[in-house]
Design a binder for this molecule. Sequence first.
Ligand code: 13P
Ligand code: SF4
Length: 307
Amino acid sequence: MSDHDKLIELILELKKQRNAVILVHNYQRPEMFKIADYIGDSLGLSVKAAETKSDVILFCGVKFMAETAKVLSPDKTVLLPSLEAGCSLADMATVEKLQEVKKKYPDAAVVSYVNTTADIKAISDICCTSANAIEIVNSLPNKRIIFLPDKNLGRYVQQHTNKEIILWDGYCFVHDKLNAETLREFKQRYPDAKVIAHPECKDDLLKISDHVCGTGGMAKFAKSDGSKNFIVVTECGMTEKLRQDVPEKNFMSFCNICPYMKSTTLHLVARALVTNTNEITLPEHILVNARKAIDRMLQLPKNAAQE
Ligand code: 13P
Ligand code: SF4
């Protein structure tokens, strides 16, 4: 047996001993998929874990995702194996700045994308994912919406609603630096391929894409669409996941790597299960108030809160 296989066997054994559930985001290294109980998008994973009877949630993803898992399962131990698994987009929204903007627009509702810290969710009216952002914004009575932290997703929402969106100056560097002109050239090489893009990409790129959705919606689209070939515009890990989920179709990557996502390794997972490395803890008031913002989103009719 190779060292790699032995490590996987060890993790599966530790997982059993700890009664742990292992969540793996779509952008993780492909070897992480082998230890997963669930693979998916950022919110879906935390919702799934909350439904289990596990004592421990081990999150192969980034910190804001593990915090959401803790908010939805406050009595479980939540572990984030890598100390480097932050997210520069989530870090672009600070509590001080949001308090300032809220003061400037007292009539506006605050809609926080799930890619925010629990502190930010706790002072937001409601959360959203990249999949349900438009429906969430349209469901609110307020005419003005403070939307944070991703300006590209915010702009995309603005194009699909009559509300006034106050944009936050945040972006995901992984998606924001994907270039529309280069994609146009790439498309010329594969003229029959459909382009699936994540809404964290820039507006000019989204305009030349065939389908815009979060990671949870990409396989669904590829399965239901008549095309055989797809260009996948997001973090590079997604293409591998699509190849596994929809083996009868072809996927080409137009992507960048997220170093935060890739910082999680099998070794770190094994260590976390033994030593409880990087356990997520949150103050009670943050747990309670962030939960309210997430629950408001989840209470929306199912068809409005899909990937
Ligand atoms: P999803 O919510 O679509 O899984 O995306 C997470 C993410 O980090 C996007 O950059
Ligand atoms: Fe954050 Fe972007 Fe990485 Fe997602 S891809 S975790 S938004 S930096």
